[in-house]
Design a protein around this ligand. Structure first.
Ligand SMILES: O=C(O)CCC(=O)C(=O)O
Length: 296
């Protein structure tokens, strides 16, 4: 691990150590209220524009209940491609400084997405590890979630299993060999999930999770939305073992530091990665394959 070169330090040594030990970290209220308010307005405008959209496309992942009269989006895809404020958050905000404190001074952007867990309708996310979707040559890969709304148990805040990033990457293929974007019931049953942590945090906070960390989130049963902007990053010397499925021109871009001369590898086996060469829809579509699974 390298040390940070950022002039302002956002994390204490204890926070950095706890990220490496537990595989996640919460930083309350990193982004100020005005910026979060602007982000909510921007996101509302995207949802408004979705009224004219009838099927999922390059920007919108529509919930099956979506109509022009009552738009229901599961996700805005690649938000950093589509507005300067989303781009600032991904490339220039304190989020990026925090990431360099965890991954070292040279980092690359992987992707962005905005999960919109709408009131009463918001879809759950089944138990999974991001590493099963996009394994890399080394494990310095993480995702940062920025909360646009206060996240609570009722509105489906994300849960993480501390330390699970030090365990295996579990298969996310079902018994028929289909990539279903979530772990198998028998593997989940073998995990002790009693130490799970619910990341209930106020709007403007971030939570960071290592890409091997087991995590999930429940449906939104509350009257308010739970919107979560996720930006993922890699150490610059982590090379993706799968082709880009984001179709974003920003994917893989060096955003801090220098381009490395050497790709760093971590030893060990993992399940074969999925084949998204025919296109990637979304985690919700994939997990729909496993719809028989009940919410956990
Ligand atoms: O939206 C959530 O609560 C979970 C997000 C997540 O794990 C994902 O989109 O991969």
């Amino acid at each position: 691990m390298s040390t940070t070169t950022a002039t302002t330090r956002y994390l204490t040594d204890e926070q950095i150590a706890s990220y490496h030990r537990d595989g996640y970290l919460a930083v309350p209220r990193l982004i100020d209220k005005d910026r979060v308010e602007a982000l909510r307005r921007l996101t509302d405008a995207f949802v408004e524009r979705a009224r004219t959209v009838t099927r999922s496309d390059a920007i919108y992942d529509l919930d099956p209940r979506h109509t022009a009269a009552a738009p229901v989006l599961r996700r805005i895809k690649n938000p950093a491609d589509n507005d300067p404020l989303y781009r600032w958050l991904a490339f220039d905000s304190p989020i990026v400084d925090v990431v360099t404190e965890l991954l070292g001074p040279s980092i690359r952007f992987h992707h962005s997405k905005l999960n919109l867990k709408g009131s009463h309708l918001g879809a759950p996310v089944e138990v999974h590890q991001d590493a099963a979707f996009y394994p890399h040559s080394n494990d310095d890969v993480l995702a940062v979630g920025l909360l646009l709304d206060d996240a609570t148990e009722e509105n489906g805040a994300m849960s993480v299993l501390p330390g699970s990033h030090r365990g295996p990457i579990h298969t996310h293929f079902d018994a028929q060999g289909r990539f279903v974007g979530c772990m198998r019931d028998e593997d989940i049953a073998r995990l002790d999930r009693s130490p799970a942590v619910l990341l209930a945090l106020p709007a403007g906070s971030i939570h960071i999770h290592h890409y091997r960390l087991v995590h999930w989130s429940a449906p939104n049963t509350s009257p308010g939305d739970r919107r979560l902007l996720i930006n993922s990053y890699t150490a610059a010397d982590a090379i993706s073992l799968v082709p880009d499925s984001t179709r974003s021109p920003l994917h893989g871009r060096l955003i801090r530091g220098t381009w490395p001369a050497v790709a760093r590898r971590t030893h060990g086996d993992m399940p074969m990665p999925p084949d998204f060469s025919q296109g990637y829809t979304s985690i919700y579509e994939l997990q729909g394959e496993a719809a028989a699974k009940t919410s956990r």
